[in-house]
Design a binder for this molecule. Structure first.
Ligand SMILES: CC(C)(COP(=O)(O)OP(=O)(O)OC[C@H]1O[C@@H](n2cnc3c(N)ncnc32)[C@H](O)[C@@H]1OP(=O)(O)O)[C@@H](O)C(=O)NCCC(=O)NCCS
Length: 194
């Protein structure tokens, strides 16, 4: 099947109700949750996850696009990626990503999913800017975003309270002209990269 939003090794698809148990398991895992940017870091029950899927399904395409990241090889879901605060007047959106299957970290899937989502944002939604916040301790996350072309534009001091202390957040962004100039666009012509 040719997927609408696809990277080199992953594709992005909408949530289905049948994804609830997989997502519940991810959200109960302290490893990924320690680094993720969710305001609610408590585990979610299956009922809460089902309600969340209902909510993101009904909001999909308004100011939110949330997708499951699936491997092209076997269609297995490994995480979630989303554009939120999509502002069509100013042409901006925020990006968040969470690979719940922590044994799949460090294999390039995160960068691939971010690339696919920013291609979607710039080529389909015609935004000018994609921004994100990442905790300064999340070295893997920052590296993945840098590989996708994001640049550090500021630091939010004491932006997060966790485990009894404050940490800083980095604001990063990618602008349309920077996205267009990415080296990967010079070598492969994909529908979203035109
Ligand atoms: C952050 C996340 C999306 C990145 O996805 P990923 O598939 O693991 O990342 P990638 O494999 O594409 O890239 C990771 C890069 O970080 C590097 N890296 C990993 N650990 C590192 C460390 N301790 N120091 C320096 N670099 C590190 C890797 O080597 C790789 O860079 P390289 O390709 O130049 O070698 C994923 O790890 C994740 O979901 N983590 C938990 C939740 C989270 O942090 N979400 C983001 C919140 S802002």
């Amino acid at each position: 099947m040719e997927h609408i939003v696809r990277g080199e090794r992953v594709f992005l698809r909408a949530f289905e109700r049948t994804d609830a148990e997989t997502y519940r398991r991810w959200r109960a895992d302290a490893g990924p949750m320690d680094l993720a940017g969710y305001p609610d870091r408590a585990p979610l029950s299956l009922v809460q996850v089902e309600q969340r899927i209902e909510r993101i399904t009904s909001d999909q395409g308004k100011d939110l696009f949330t997708f499951l990241i699936c491997l092209l090889d076997d269609e297995r879901p490994i995480g979630e990626v989303s554009l939120f605060e999509v502002d069509r007047l100013n042409g901006s959106a925020m990006l968040g990503i969470f690979i719940g299957e922590s044994n799949e970290w460090g294999k390039g899937y995160g960068t691939d999913a971010v690339n696919a989502l920013v291609d979607f944002a710039f080529a389909e939604l015609r935004v000018e800017r994609v921004g994100l916040n990442v905790w300064t301790e999340n070295v893997r996350g920052m590296r993945a975003y840098e590989k996708a072309g994001f640049v550090h534009e500021g630091t939010l001091r004491h932006d997060r309270y966790e485990h009894g202390r404050f940490t800083d957040g980095h604001v990063m962004s990618l602008l349309r002209d920077e996205w267009r100039a990415l080296p990967r666009h010079g070598t492969s012509v994909r529908p979203h990269a035109r």
